[in-house]
Design a protein around this ligand. Structure first.
Ligand SMILES: [Zn+2]
Length: 304
């Protein structure tokens, strides 16, 4: 199941309206974001096509509940994977006007003040819009949320409605469709919370925390392995130098401080110079060890 389908399922389960006004607003949202006008033998009909059975039934039930028997629904199996649900309504003008999507002259397709003036209805409209033409990317991959409509004015209205909830979205035109989108995970969570998709918000937070821990773990591991590599590389060079001296003229030929550090290094090839210095009595610092090691490498270079 896609993340979009999951959000839609949760919205449908959670949003049982107490107020009648919100039923109109939600239906308006669904229609504004999914309705297409088609010529047919009966004149122009409103055709709404859904891939999601739950959304189709939600839309159909809302129309029946609010306006009686004015719509028909049919199911079409296109392939084993794709089933489309078509809802047809003959008297489009009446329906659009009743849900507040057109003026009395029926020209403009925009959201009426009946919907935008009430907070409960603005939320219901946004929920409907998501059911009709919204999608969200899988949060494990990226953060992207969008509403897509074929009506320019609707997308402008949507942007403003979201602003009233302090959600700042952007609008863009894509292949003669109008897209209102969000890319910030925090804002997407705010919007999902507003639509009532709480468990999907938790999913996003969990994914985010998991990603952060994984990144942090990677950083620590990289840091440690980089350091280990450095220690090992340095030690290999030092041991090679000491072995050269040992073979060519014996470690006894060295001054006591150099002899001491050379023997310690041969016994402890896998520790850092800092740790090596602490094994001496009295202990010396990392730079002291480094100084002695450079002398040993110089001597070995000359012997080679
Ligand atoms: Zn309302």
């Amino acid at each position: 199941m896609s993340f979009t389908a999951k959000v839609k399922e949760e919205i449908i389960k959670k949003s049982v309206h107490r107020k009648g006004c919100c039923n109109y607003a939600e239906l308006a949202g669904i229609l504004a974001y999914s309705a297409v006008f088609k010529e047919s033998r009966d004149g122009v009909v409103l055709q709404i096509v859904f891939e999601n059975a739950d959304v189709a039934m939600r839309c159909y039930n809302l129309i029946q509940k609010l306006f009686g028997n004015i719509a028909t629904i049919e199911k079409k199996q296109y392939s084993t994977r794709h089933t489309l649900y078509k809802i047809k309504v003959a008297d489009i003008r009446q329906l659009l006007q009743n849900v507040g999507l057109t003026d009395t002259d029926g020209v403009a397709f925009h959201v009426s003040p009946d919907i935008t003036s009430q907070k409960c209805c603005r939320k219901a409209f946004v929920r409907g819009a998501f059911l009709g033409g919204g999608s969200i990317a899988d949060p494990e991959k990226r953060y992207h949320f969008e509403f897509v409509t074929t009506h320019y004015l609707i997308s402008e209205d949507m942007k403003q409605i979201l602003e009233t909830f302090h959600i700042h979205a952007k609008n863009v035109t894509r292949q003669s469709k109008y897209v209102t989108y969000l890319k910030d995970s925090e804002t997407i969570c705010d919007l999902l919370t507003m639509m009532g998709a709480y468990s999907c918000v938790l999913d996003i937070y969990n994914t985010k925390i998991y990603k952060e821990i994984k990144n942090q773990a990677n950083r620590v591991t990289n840091f440690e392995s980089a350091n280990i590599t450095k220690v090992v590389d340095a030690s290999i060079r030092q041991v090679e130098a000491i072995r050269t001296i040992e073979q060519q003229r014996g470690l006894e030929s060295l001054d006591p401080p150099l002899q001491e550090i050379a023997r310690l290094r041969l016994q402890n090839p896998d520790i850092s110079m800092l740790e090596l210095g602490q094994l001496l009595t009295p202990a010396i610092g990392k730079s002291g060890v480094n100084h002695r090691m450079r002398k040993l490498i110089d001597i070995a270079d000359k012997l080679r």
